[in-house]
Design a protein around this ligand. Sequence first.
Ligand SMILES: *Cc1c(COP(=O)(O)O)cnc(C)c1O
Length: 451
Amino acid sequence: MRTRFVLGEEEIPTHWYNVLADMDPPPPPLDPRTGQPVGPEALAPLFPMALIQQEVSLERFIPIPDEVREVYKLWRPTPLHRAWRLERALDTPARIYYKYEGVSPAGSHKPNTAVAQAYYNKIEGVKRLTTETGAGQWGSALAMACSFFGLQLKVYMVKVSYYQKPYRRVLMETWGAQVVPSPSPDTAAGRRVLAEDPDSPGSLGIAISEAVEDAATRDDTKYSLGSVLNHVLLHQTVVGLEAMKQMEMSGDYPDVVIGCVGGGSNYAGLALPFVRDRLTGKVKTRFIAVEPEACPSITRGQYAYDFGDTAATTPLIKMHTLGHLFIPPSIHAGGLRYHGMAPIISKLVEDGVMEARAYHQTKVFEAAVTFARAEGIVPAPESAHAVRAAIDEALAAKEAGERRVILFNLSGHGLLDLAAYDQYLTGKLEDYSYPAERVQEALAHIPKVVG
Ligand SMILES: *Cc1c(COP(=O)(O)O)cnc(C)c1O
């Protein structure tokens, strides 16, 4: 019985897979002042040209630079596991596989894009990057990548996580980054929020406004985003490309592919190479994106043009959104607290290729503990949403007497999230009900755009 499917270093993919070559692409980002599509020059103050080109590219396969593959070798290829022990614990005929991205030095999938982004900024002469981070996984991934390529980094960290998760701040500082809690007094966007609510817990939307403002107002600085954008999802496809080879080694093909979604990047990374098989009619695989009930962008949001940040400074993006002013409750899966969703994921949901479901956090931690006791790995609270859905699919297969093949992305480990586990284990973890009124209010502020 094979438990781990392992590839050699030479099997790290040589190209990223660009799903835009195979799907009906999402509508373009719009300039909020004119309602017209934004050209590449509008993004040039924020991103290096190579990434802007990848954002709009229709090439199916995009080469991975050797310098980036060299860094990937520190932890890639990542293992694919067959979860025999979990299958037995659930007494299910389903076969459960998971791709484990927690083996990266930062503990999640995020370095897959952080390394690529730091590299392209470096070769275009950028000296300093800014970014936002929720739970701290993105900030730490980018801090590590910047240290490899000799770039400075300033991280605006969502305030609630800054205090709930001090170890991630220390990790970022160990890799050489400067970290401030957001909203901060360092930017006009931060000062505006603080003036209205000095106790604001912050949100990814606010932190993005701060990081974008910092980058846009300095010549030596660019901005880096850890999810949502097409080029970020592109870089993450190394996950799914490896997983395809590993599933081949197992002799199975997934009937259902599952992942948690904050902005959508880890799930897209695993799913998109398999989505290609579905789009070309080769398979009927189902795709399930899993989100928190407290921040249910796909399941309860609108598919509309909205801003990516709270201060309404980004281009308008067509996506599932709860409204750019929505500030989600402070759930432990900090990485899933974003009001919007990647345009590619949103479009695939609209096209009927992907489906979505939402869970409360106590049900999510219950699944995480079941998983940890069977497989050993303690999942990140974000990843535990995928674990919950995978377990439910396995239980449904048992009910139906089906040998369903389930594949999910275990996007990171939870060893820096043990305070959340402590709360769950001592019965102190609360479920936030779906904040219907706050969502209604935020949705009322989505800009009116035809399209
Ligand atoms: C950031 C993060 C997520 C959510 O971000 P996506 O872009 O949706 O992948 C999920 N899991 C982990 C471990 C993360 O760090």
